[in-house]
Design a protein around this ligand. Sequence first.
Ligand code: FES
Ligand SMILES: [Fe+2]
Length: 355
Amino acid sequence: MDVRTCGINLNHWYVVAQSREITTKPIEVKLWYRSIVLYRDSTGKIHGLDNRCPHRQVKLSEGKVVGNSLECAYHGWQFNGQGSCTFIPYLNSNLNGKFSKNQALPRSQIESYPVQEDDGFVWIFLGEKHLLESKQVQPMSIPEWQHLNYIGTVSVIDCQAHFSFLIENLMDMYHGHLHDDYQAWTDAKLKELLTTEEGVKGLYEAQSYYKIDKIWSISQLFFPRFRSLHPEPLMVNYCYPHWQSTLGKDFTIYCLFCPISLTHTKAYLIHFTSLNAFWRLHKLPKWFRQFIKDRLYGTAQTMLDGLVEQDIIMIEQEQQAYDQQLREPTYEINPTIPAVQKFIKKQAEKESIII
Ligand code: FES
Ligand SMILES: [Fe+2]
């Protein structure tokens, strides 16, 4: 089995949008060859339906929300959050009702997907629904999102490549070579590698300048001359299908995956800077700490977007090279990569439907 043609295991929660993107105006999102319409009803609940009106197959994302229902733009049929047709504006209007008396609403059902809104993101589950009843499968937890001591920044990755290229990039810390000034660490050395039921974990030892213990420490991110190196453990964790990494105690980063097709991957990279060292701050009223958290949101945007831009160039070139030279061998000396590839293949076997 070729890892670059592996599908995803659908029995996991995937991220398709950020919470703040979803309003009462429907939007189209894509996840593994499906077009899904997301909208918020009048109670604030998010619904996810197959983005296809059963009447004439047009996209429901062109429509609008009316109360708790989604109204198709074309003829105004309405559907509830479970995907059932609830209203047709011209039912029984034909030939004064003589065309067909007592016309009933069609029984056609649009597929509705389980949606969860957690930690600032919208999660969708396309797998076997019985797994959700037993709560065996949960969205990845991101406790830092709510925690007042963490400042978040989100960068969106959108690349024309198979998701395996992205996760390999995230697990292979020797690619710090690419990032130079954007990178918070250098000189990584792989110390441990562990494969479990959930994924693959790598532990590197790196030299880092990242230590947020003074109010001006954040300036290290922007001015290399303020940096001084010290050893820190650098952990990377592929918790299938997502990823998390920590560098020492002050630096946490997540990557939430949304694979769209075999050659298109979207993902959300979330970086958190810890304010744990500022104990005086913790004594301030909660509303003020929330205010600081909100005001500082996006502080690391330049750094994060810069990293993403450099990574995407490499990842897309890998895909292009793969497409053009199927028989050319690649060489790998980081054992993390074959471990990740093996894991992806195992997950793809679990989900027999590839497309
Ligand atoms: S196509 Fe949707 S109502 Fe006709
Ligand atoms: Fe990178």
